[in-house]
Design a protein around this ligand. Structure first.
Ligand code: SOE
Length: 390
């Protein structure tokens, strides 16, 4: 192992995303061998000292901290990884860039477009590597869908349909947490899950030119809990707990136009019973179509328009060593991939970018673009009309 390729990570945040990133850093050199660089779990930081300490023990960080500024200032740190709630992204990312650190930030990039643009300027001025966590681009089936589109396999794109559906917020007793608070999250379903679908389709077919949206808040207040965690509360009776207003959207629908001439329709909701975490799309072109759902993460459906009439139908392609990233995983197709595997692929791009041998999955420019589109969606829903983009 070449120690000169060590990348010391300062992880800001110690919640559920920290677990995901940490597993991915640990697995990266196992799958992508030899690694372009060696991620070293150096310091994990959280305002809540117990969380930071537990994360250090559990994931294997050398040390833990409670003050993010000290981690950003630490000369030993090469890369700042931001997994905090959205409102804290901008301050940490800008300070990190000014200290010459590479920055990897979870999505959505920031709470507002102003913040997101300031983050982009800071990393560009500093000349550091910057990445935003739109990991779903690197699902092998999605990356292969992009290859098929680029090759012209489905021809000119006519229409697209995409969705990101969850159901964890339906129960009005699900307690208040940062994801329901505009001050801390920016938006609700739009930025948290809708932006994944938005980014994915931009990755696949290019720029949006306009959107027309509607959004809704289905549960207007929620109980306060001392132990709120994503998706619920830990064994707590909240029937008589005080309630506070929800200030974000719970669901959104929109239609869109694209620079390539295509049109599209989208839905994102945390209130879609039966859908625990479903991200999917279907793209119709002049020569064929492709369809994907992360319910079957390692499959891509491909329809070839010129198949003989009696053989027409979607065929199911099982991703494996002959598809993007497949060779890093298993020797035969269809052995399956998981949530952390996709993050591991994203981190392989980050390490290659830092080593100078590749590029990141998605840059802060992509993060800004996603927020421009989310902003246009919110404005469109408010005015009840089309809003142009770009
Ligand atoms: C919560 O809705 C969440 O964790 C999102 O924030 C993630 O981006 C998504 O991957 C899973 O669900």
């Amino acid at each position: 192992v070449d120690k000169s390729r060590d990348i010391n990570i300062g992880m800001i945040g110690a919640g559920f995303m920290t677990k995901l990133h940490s597993i991915a850093y640990r697995n990266y050199p196992v799958y992508f061998f030899p690694p372009a660089a060696n991620p070293v779990l150096h310091t994990v930081c959280d305002l809540v000292s117990d969380l930071a300490e537990t994360a250090a023990l559990r994931y294997g960080y050398r040390q833990h901290a409670t003050e993010w500024q000290a981690v950003v200032d630490d000369p030993a740190i090469d890369l700042i990884d931001i997994t905090t709630p959205n409102y804290a992204h901008a301050d940490v990312a800008i300070a990190a860039a000014r200290r010459g650190k590479h920055v990897y930030c979870e999505k959505p990039l920031a709470n507002t477009l102003v913040e997101a643009r300031a983050m982009l300027s800071a990393v560009e001025d500093a000349g550091v590597v910057h990445a935003v966590g739109y990991n779903n681009r690197r699902v092998p089936a999605v990356a292969f869908a992009r290859e098929l589109i680029t090759r012209g396999a489905i021809g000119d794109i006519y229409n697209v349909r995409a969705e990101y559906l969850q159901d964890w917020a339906i129960d009005p007793q699900v307690p208040m947490e940062w994801r329901f608070d505009a001050q801390r999250a920016g938006t609700g379903a739009i930025g948290d899950i809708g932006s994944h679908a938005i980014d994915l389709i931009r990755f696949l077919i290019g720029e949006y030119t306009a959107v027309f949206a509607t959004h809704e808040r289905h549960v207007r207040e929620r109980p306060v809990s001392q132990s709120a965690v994503l998706g619920g509360a830990r064994a707590e009776d909240l029937t008589s707990a005080p309630r506070v207003p929800v200030t974000v959207d719970d669901s959104v629908e929109f239609i869109a136009r694209f620079a390539c001439g295509a049109t599209g329709m989208f839905q994102a909701s945390r209130f879609a019973y039966g859908n625990k975490n479903t991200l999917g799309f279907e793209i119709f072109g002049s020569r064929g179509a492709i369809r994907f759902s992360n319910d079957r993460l390692w499959e891509l459906q491909y329809y070839q328009g010129d198949d003989p009439a009696d053989l027409q139908g979607y065929r199911t392609l099982k991703m494996g060593p002959n598809h993007p990233y497949g060779a890093a995983f298993w020797p035969i197709a269809d052995l399956g991939l998981g949530y952390a595997d996709i993050k591991t692929i994203e981190i392989s791009h980050l390490m290659e970018a830092i080593a100078g041998s590749g590029s990141v999955n998605a840059t802060f420019t992509d993060g800004v673009k996603a927020i421009e589109i989310c902003d246009a969606i919110v404005r469109s829903a408010e005015i009840g009309g089309w809003v142009g983009i770009g």
